[in-house]
Design a protein around this ligand. Structure first.
Ligand SMILES: [Zn+2]
Ligand SMILES: [Zn+2]
Length: 284
């Protein structure tokens, strides 16, 4: 078993039996209603907040205050539900939307930075009374959702006016945590999302560019650890491979392993693959 400072977790979909056999912890996903996982209460230490309301993406950065307040209420309700669990100490949240124009997003298409910071502070104050820490996850750079075909060279892509959330690049992700400036708001590093960002650069620069996500390890208290394809077009998508099955540099993985953070292996395929992955992590 891996010797990490903190124990590893896997998604609840791995099943309680597997979680217990491997002596792991668990996290609910953004599609799970945490209330459905009471029998997991002993092993549930973190939970992924929802990202949608009906067909629409939640947006606590929205300049439309009615929609923004509705979204804040969704998160407060979620915090309340998590607070009923004895061990849930961290809630993972996605950032709001900077710009999202689509048929399904009828409200909250535009977001504002300062508004976003204020909304996170509101949720920080709310979560504090339950002793819950909010961790903000670096998000995907959305290639497919912006209709960029696989054979379009990265250098030809015009990202202006694309659909985009806050906190996709490492500089903004870190800056937002610092600007929120609350001790119960920290960062969640998603290493599969990192690859979708790396693909914006020439192959020879990618490994260097993604290192910027590790510039402030002191702010990272949670990790969504997966592998992805940093050097072929599949890595523009959020592949969530088992660690060791992709091409994120080994050194990057080593530095993730060394973080003082709780870690979720954010995928589950088979018990055999999990076993192999744990052995790979042990050897890192
Ligand atoms: Zn997420
Ligand atoms: Zn994630």
């Amino acid at each position: 078993m891996p010797r990490l400072k903190y124990p590893l977790a896997v998604p609840v979909k791995a099943g309680l039996k597997t979680i217990n056999i491997f002596e792991l912890r668990a996290e609910t996903s953004l599609r799970d209603n945490v209330n459905d996982f009471r029998e997991y209460a002993d092993v549930l230490y973190s939970a992924h907040a929802p990202t949608t309301i009906g067909e629409e993406r939640l947006n606590i950065a929205a300049t439309d205050s009615d929609f923004r307040n509705e979204c804040i209420l969704v998160f407060k309700d979620y915090i309340d539900r998590c607070a009923m669990f004895p061990n849930i100490g961290q809630i993972n949240m996605h950032f709001g939307l900077k710009n999202w124009v689509s048929e399904t997003q009828t409200r909250g298409q535009k977001g504002d930075y300062e508004t976003h910071i204020e909304s996170i502070r509101t949720l920080s104050d709310y979560a504090r009374s339950s002793g819950i820490e909010i961790v903000l996850e670096n998000l995907n750079c959305y290639w497919a959702l912006n209709n960029i075909s696989d054979d379009t060279d990265f250098a030809q892509v015009n990202w202006e006016n694309s659909n985009e959330a806050f906190g996709m690049n490492p500089e903004e992700w870190i800056e937002m945590c610092l600007d929120v400036d609350r001790d119960n708001v920290q960062l969640c590093l998603d290493t599969s999302h990192v690859s979708t960002y790396g693909h914006r650069f020439p192959e020879e620069e990618r490994a260097g560019k993604i290192e910027a996500f590790l510039n402030r390890p002191d702010l990272i208290t949670h990790v969504h650890w997966s592998d992805n394809y940093l050097y072929d077009v599949r890595g523009r998508n959020d592949s969530h491979l088992s660690v060791g099955k992709g091409s994120i540099p080994t050194d990057f993985h080593r530095r993730v392993k060394a973080l003082q953070a709780t870690i979720l292996l954010e995928h589950f395929y088979t018990k055999e693959e999990l076993h192999e992955e744990l052995e790979y992590i042990e050897r890192l």
